[in-house]
Ligand binder design. Sequence first.
Ligand SMILES: Cc1cc2nc3c(=O)[nH]c(=O)nc-3n(C[C@H](O)[C@H](O)[C@H](O)COP(=O)(O)O)c2cc1C
Length: 176
Amino acid sequence: MNIILGISGGIAAYKTPDLARKLTKSGHQVQAVMSHSAFQFVAPLALQAVSGRVVRSELFDAQAESAMDHIELARWADTILIAPATAHKIAQLTSGMADDLLTTLCLASTAPLVIAPAMNQQMWKHAATQENIKRLLERGIQLIGPAEGEQACGETGFGRMVEPEDIVSALQPHAK
Ligand SMILES: Cc1cc2nc3c(=O)[nH]c(=O)nc-3n(C[C@H](O)[C@H](O)[C@H](O)COP(=O)(O)O)c2cc1C
């Protein structure tokens, strides 16, 4: 499958080179698309090295637009997997916002959307996040996690990103 691996700005982004590696090992083509916040948590070069593709992050990127513009990228995808999905990215997706490359791709693609949320347990429990998740599920997205356990912030509860190997096994082989 052609997979857009969307990476938003949560601490769990540091696990995404491992996730990308496991996806490519399973025979998938992986195009990483990072939000600007994600750059704080993982180096694009690591993702490029394991996916074999230059990481995309800019909506307004003259160089990339001459080769594979964002609509072509949206058409290329068989699945869009966002891991980690921040509370912010989930809110953007719910309301149909398109103010960066990743959210624009989600609107422009017919590919199934899969999200693996990762956030502080209180952010996950917040009514806003829960309402957003409910609406996304009603739209037919696949939700993977979050898992329960100890968090980077020292709290315990639901909000941990599901481990990369479990995300790969949970990914359903969707056909567009
Ligand atoms: C150190 C640090 C860790 C963060 N971790 C998370 C996280 O795990 N999950 C989350 O939803 N937001 C987290 N945030 C907040 C997001 O980075 C912030 O909401 C950002 O606007 C998300 O942008 P994006 O969704 O476009 O990537 C964190 C912020 C900081 C400073």
